[in-house]
Design a protein around this ligand. Structure first.
Ligand code: CP
Ligand code: NVA
Length: 302
């Protein structure tokens, strides 16, 4: 593994290895065992979109690994004034040991990897959110003791989260069911990948069917970053795609609910369901830190 650009690039073995290392780093962190495995290294963090979890967990994580992280807002970088990604990648490779980028187009992240000579980590694009999905898989495995054979369902938009969960879930042996309104389907490359998993993958326009006997129910905002102008139209399209107590009656009795956050209570999830599963949801948020530290160690440790 040279980069973390999207779940499609990872093998099942690589995912399992990252989750195992993440568990170990979490244990060490909890028990005050220092692990300066990236001592003296620098991670650049380019943000073209807002962030709470990604920014803070990467910055704190890099510090805990003995290195430092630089917050690079695209408003301040020359990239924001039109300097090509190809040039930015080649320059940053001369100063840094790794770069994390959050942006709109997946092609920018891929270009950064193509033109730079340091590991690139996708911190969210319109297409993918691999760091979040690694943390989600880590959380499910922690809560349920396994991944293989469990049923995951995702209710909502065919966005970065749905794309990455479908691929990540299927790769680790989960059954995956998704529900989205017509016109809001996941990316065609993801559907193509999922088509190879005839028995394990199902897509519906009815959340109740997708949630049937699910062990894990996951949702995300109806309007992602960059889609704020479509919020009203999306509110209409997604009516009925709310994870509420009624929907949860379809899931397994011991099902858990996860949400990558930020959450919009009253839209994709009710306040009641959110609070009922807050323990799991904030554990999931914490696991961003551990999963990303594992990714950085695997990509950057000399
Ligand atoms: N879940 C997630 O990526 O959160 P941020 O947008 O706050 O980084
Ligand atoms: N789908 C959301 C995820 C935020 C972490 C977005 O892209 O805004």
């Amino acid at each position: 593994m040279k980069h973390l650009l999207k779940m499609l690039d990872l093998s099942r073995e690589e995912i399992t290895d990252i989750l195992n290392l993440a568990d170990q780093l979490k244990y060490e962190q909890r028990h005050g065992i220092a692990h300066p495995r990236l001592k003296g290294q620098s991670l650049g963090m380019i943000f073209q979109k807002s962030s709470t979890r990604t920014r803070v967990s990467f910055e704190a994580g890099m510090y805990q690994l003995g290195g430092q992280a630089l917050f690079l807002s695209s408003n301040d970088l020359q990239i924001g004034r039109g300097e090509p990604v190809e040039d930015t990648a080649r320059v940053l490779s001369r100063y840094l040991d790794g770069v994390m980028i959050r942006t709109f187009a997946q092609s920018e992240v891929e270009q950064m990897a193509q033109f730079g000579s340091i590991p690139v980590i996708n911190g969210l694009t319109d297409f993918a959110h691999p760091c979040q999905v690694l943390a989600d898989l880590m959380t499910v495995r922690e809560l349920k003791g396994k991944l293989d054979g469990l049923k995951m369902c995702f209710i909502g938009d065919g966005n970065n989260m749905m794309n990455s969960l479908i691929v990540g879930g299927l790769k680790v042996g989960m059954e995956v069911a998704v529900a989205f309104p017509a016109g809001y389907e996941p990316d065609s490359s993801v559907l193509e990948f999922a088509a190879e998993y005839d028995a394990e993958f199902a897509a519906f326009h009815t959340p109740q069917e997708a949630a049937q006997s699910a062990d894990v129910v996951i949702t995300d905002v109806w309007a992602s970053m960059g889609q704020e102008g479509e919020a009203n139209e999306r509110r209409e399209a997604f009516a009925g795609y709310c994870v509420d107590e009624n929907l949860m009656k379809n899931a397994a009795a011991d099902a858990v609910v996860l949400h990558c956050l930020p959450a919009h209570r009253g839209e994709e999830i009710t306040a009641e369901v959110f609070e009922k599963y807050a323990g799991e949801i904030f554990e999931e948020a914490e696991n961003r830190l551990h999963a990303q530290k594992a990714v950085m160690v695997r990509l950057m440790e000399k």
